[in-house]
Design a binder for this molecule. Structure first.
Ligand SMILES: Nc1ncnc2c1ncn2[C@@H]1O[C@H](COP(=O)(O)OP(=O)(O)OP(=O)(O)O)[C@@H](O)[C@H]1O
Ligand SMILES: [Mg+2]
Length: 447
């Protein structure tokens, strides 16, 4: 009853508008829980609706269990959709809401046994005689899930089914959805813009941006080996630190990455990944440091592979079990346009039309359709003098966020010694693609 779903070079444009999904290829295995993750407007719901048959595929193929399915009507796909705004019939009890699709499917049959079994599975036996306005949001969502499950679909398509609920209930239902879909063995495609939700639910996560798939991998892989700056910045809290740097690789001296006022000296002998950085000599790169790659400690406490820098405390965020410290290290952060402000602006699509011929060709090839992943305006060496630079809207001051325990007394303006663990160093090129760790020699984290 599970089902393989594959998309082969699927594109979508509405009317004569631009493509909102571009040459997307995905192979979803039977029984797999795949999450489509990306910011608002990146095309997640469109992809889900194309899988459901609710939206026409403009180009490419959707295959179900290997069979061409572009023209298959939704009713013949045996899939259940669960939406964010789960609409229950207000004049029907939970029992009738759950049983309704069964009665439509097989008129004359008594759905009672199926409804009862479904209700037991969801723990809502006691709610079956209530009407929707007598249920809480979470209970209503469970009834809506019941309605989807009772038909024994071969696949679930869920579009942000939890986003209307409060955080506690969301966590609870998240665990339930995970267990339920696994127990049923149904293939599930789950759409969300919440990276934590994606990481906790998915067997694999497909990260999208501007209609283009950025990376497909297990939660471990997309976190540990992000393909580009966008994926690195979208996944993980606190957000990865992205600092603009320049590789300095003199023939007769140690290789360093200059971060403006300070530098990271790469330990010798250079590991293979760091050796590969030599070709970047003199070039601008983006250094990515997750908060766990940096700790508060003196240079004398450095372990092998750690290098010392210092940071000026700009802001301290108390979180109970830990503290997030925002430091100014004198470098300039690299900006990922869609992720900087709370309301992502998406001007890139229109700009592409007026761009150069090369831009347009790139766009057609699907490479840079949604504009650059990262914006580097002035050269990084400019960075030493930027007094009074105000952070972009939505960003806190400082260029480096580090986690620490709450017992350390830190105040604004203190200069603190830091150790950077270069085993956790990411380096991206100026287009935002990851160059270190190098893609080709990686241990396969999916195994
Ligand atoms: N019927 C439509 N006609 C024209 N454009 C559409 C239509 N539906 C969606 N779009 C556009 O397609 C793009 C992708 O929309 P989609 O709903 O798939 O995004 P999403 O990733 O689900 O976003 P959100 O997280 O906000 O739900 C958006 O730019 C949207 O404006
Ligand atoms: Mg959507």
């Amino acid at each position: 009853m599970t089902r393989a779903i594959s998309l082969h070079h699927v594109s979508k444009s509405y009317a004569r508008g631009p493509r909102v999904v571009e040459r997307l290829s995905l192979d979803i295995r039977p029984g797999e829980f795949l999450v489509l993750l990306g910011p608002s407007g990146c095309g997640k719901s469109t992809v889900l609706r194309m899988i459901a048959g609710l939206e026409e595929v403009s180009e490419g193929e959707v295959r179900l269990d290997g069979e061409y399915a572009n023209d298959l009507p939704p009713s013949e796909r045996n899939m259940a959709m669960v939406f964010q705004n789960f609409a229950l019939y207000p004049s029907m009890t939970s029992r009738d809401n759950i049983g309704f699709p069964l009665r439509i499917e097989t008129p004359g049959a008594d759905p009672r046994a199926r409804v009862d079994a479904t209700a037991r599975m969801l723990g809502i036996q006691d709610l079956l005689d209530r009407f929707p306005n007598q249920l809480s949001g979470g209970e209503r969502q469970r009834v809506a899930m019941g309605r989807a499950i009772a038909r024994h679909p071969s696949a679930f398509l869920m579009d942000e089914p939890l986003s209307n609920l409060d955080a506690k209930l969301r966590n609870h239902l998240r665990a339930e959805i995970s267990k339920l879909t696994r127990d049923l063995g149904a293939t599930t495609v789950y759409v969300t813009h919440d990276q934590a939700e994606a990481m906790s639910l998915g067997d694999r996560v497909a990260v999208m941006r501007g209609g283009v798939l950025q990376q497909l991998g297990t939660p471990r892989t997309v976190y540990g080996l992000p393909a580009n700056v966008f994926v690195a910045a979208f996944i993980g809290t606190p957000r990865i630190n992205l600092l603009r740097g320049i590789v300095r690789a003199p023939l007769d001296g140690a290789m360093t990455i200059s971060l403006g006022k300070q530098f990271l000296r790469l330990p010798e002998p250079l590991c293979l990944d760091h050796q590969l950085l030599r070709v970047q000599q003199g070039r601008e790169v983006i250094v990515g440091l997750r908060s766990e790659a940096v700790r508060l400690a003196r240079a004398s406490e450095a372990r092998p592979g750690e290098v010392a820098i210092t940071g000026l405390v700009e802001h301290v965020e108390f979180q109970g079990h830990e503290v997030l410290v925002h430091f100014d290290t004198g470098s300039r952060p690299a900006l990922v346009p869609e992720l900087e402000s709370p309301r992502p602006s998406r001007p890139t699509r229109r700009r592409r039309r007026d761009g150069t011929v090369l831009d347009r060709l790139r766009g057609r090839a699907g490479a840079l359709r949604a504009g650059p992943v990262v914006v580097l305006d002035r050269p990084a060496d400019d960075e030493a003098d930027h007094p009074g630079q105000t952070p972009p809207e939505g960003r806190l001051p400082g260029d480096l966020v580090v986690r620490t325990t709450p017992d350390i007394d830190l105040r604004h303006g203190m200069q603190i010694p830091l150790l950077v663990d270069l085993a956790h160093l990411f380096v991206f090129d100026r287009n935002g693609e990851r160059i270190c760790p190098a893609p080709e020699r990686l241990p396969d984290l999916d195994e």
